[in-house]
Design a protein around this ligand. Structure first.
Ligand SMILES: *Cc1c(COP(=O)(O)O)cnc(C)c1O
Length: 376
């Protein structure tokens, strides 16, 4: 279907940077530099300095970033890891794939882990917590880090949706032992395919992840140290990301502008619950990976918008909550907010390519649906 307002439109983004991306592609291909070459180390250095961290390691995906971080932290059989069900399945899958047991807590009104529930979920087996900074807004990391310190728990942040988001002036991914980012094409800062990044200040964790991603080997002096994985961020991807990195701040500014525009346009529609607008006097600096609202008659709204050429997202975490997916055997968790949010939340088109006019068109159609401004 040809949408008037598609949820994302990758070709538009490509065409804006076409010349530079093509030149980078040609340059890398002419050098034949495909695996663990200088473009990757340049990218890793740039990301480390952007985030103010000692190390970053480029890996195959956001999922692998989380998985390798858990592995490097020796999370495994017999351990419990606390996280949420209102997330991408990857967050939970990596825990299970390490041999550990996921313990799921409910979310609060900001779609993120309700930190008040964490204490109760801790047992003698708890080893780590994975907070997820969903939709570009950070989890309350001050409270969470206090709890983690008190119980001596490892924190691995799932910052896949939150590059450059901040809490108390500190960036997503920089609070815990490791921060994990996804470079999936639809993320704020996306590659031309799959990619991920782990950031850490810990020498040992950084070293171990860079070995685990490369078949468990140390290259100099050569030795196989672990049974490892093949999950290196491609050098070509890194070269293209080096081009895109120049635009990141611009994209984030734009996303915040659009977050403000949606807020202004939809404020006062009583059938909706909106996320907070970007604010300057708040501990939160949100980057609006998604603009997720809660809506009465959600499913009818989705089809009304679709009929009017507007593509919204209601897949994965927005439709059937993960703990209710039969095959995963997680149905014993009682997560009322997660279930309610899955029924009534909807993600509206917000990305660096969407125009003001398109956003206004979405706003107008939502208001039409609820007959705002007319007699009901
Ligand atoms: C996208 C995403 C992931 C997984 O990243 P991939 O790069 O797709 O493997 C993990 N967690 C969250 C919250 C995500 O949004």
């Amino acid at each position: 279907m040809n949408y008037k307002v598609p949820f994302v439109h990758l070709p538009t983004m490509y065409h804006r940077m076409e010349k530079e991306l093509n030149a980078a592609f040609k340059d890398v291909m002419s050098r034949g530099d495909l695996i663990l070459r200088k473009d990757l180390s340049e990218f890793e250095h740039s990301m480390a300095s952007l985030l103010g961290m000692k190390y970053t390691v480029g890996v195959g995906s956001g999922t692998d970033a989380l998985f390798l971080a858990l592995k490097a932290a020796n999370v495994g059989t017999g351990d419990e890891v606390i996280t949420v069900a209102y997330t991408c399945i990857a967050t939970i899958a990596v825990i299970t794939n390490c041999g550990a047991k996921p313990v799921l807590v409910d979310i609060g009104d900001d779609y993120n882990m309700n930190v008040d529930l964490v204490d109760k979920a801790i047992t003698s087996k708890t080893k780590a917590i994975i907070p997820v900074h969903l939709n570009g807004r950070m989890c309350n990391m001050k409270r969470l880090m206090d709890i983690a310190r008190k119980h001596k728990l490892i924190v691995i942040e799932d910052a896949a949706q939150a590059i450059e988001a901040r809490f108390d002036e500190k960036k997503a991914g920089t609070f815990g032992l490791a921060g994990c980012f996804s470079l999936y094409p639809m993320k704020i800062f996306g590659a031309t395919g799959d990619g991920g990044l782990v950031v850490t200040n810990d020498d040992k964790i950084a070293e171990k992840i860079s070995q685990l991603r490369d078949l468990g080997q140390r290259r100099f002096p050569e030795e196989v140290l672990y049974f490892g994985f093949s999950s290196r961020l491609d050098n070509l991807q890194a070269a293209l990301l080096n081009v895109k990195l120049k635009y990141l701040q611009e994209w984030i500014t734009r996303r915040r502008e659009l977050g403000a525009r949606y807020h202004k346009g939809l404020f006062g529609v009583e059938e909706l619950k909106l996320p907070p607008p970007p604010q300057t006097n708040s501990p939160y600096f949100d980057v609006f990976q998604n603009y997720v609202i809660r809506a009465k008659e959600r499913d009818k709204l989705v089809s009304y918008l679709k009929d009017n050429g507007i593509e919204t997202l209601t897949s994965w975490y927005l439709s059937k909550p993960l703990h209710k997916q039969k095959a995963l055997n997680l149905a014993h968790f009682h997560l009322p907010n997660t279930e309610q949010f899955a029924k009534d939340s909807i993600s509206l088109p917000l990305n660096s390519e969407v125009s003001d006019e398109q956003v206004d068109y979405v706003i107008k159609n939502i208001k039409n649906f609820y007959k705002v401004g007319e007699n009901k």
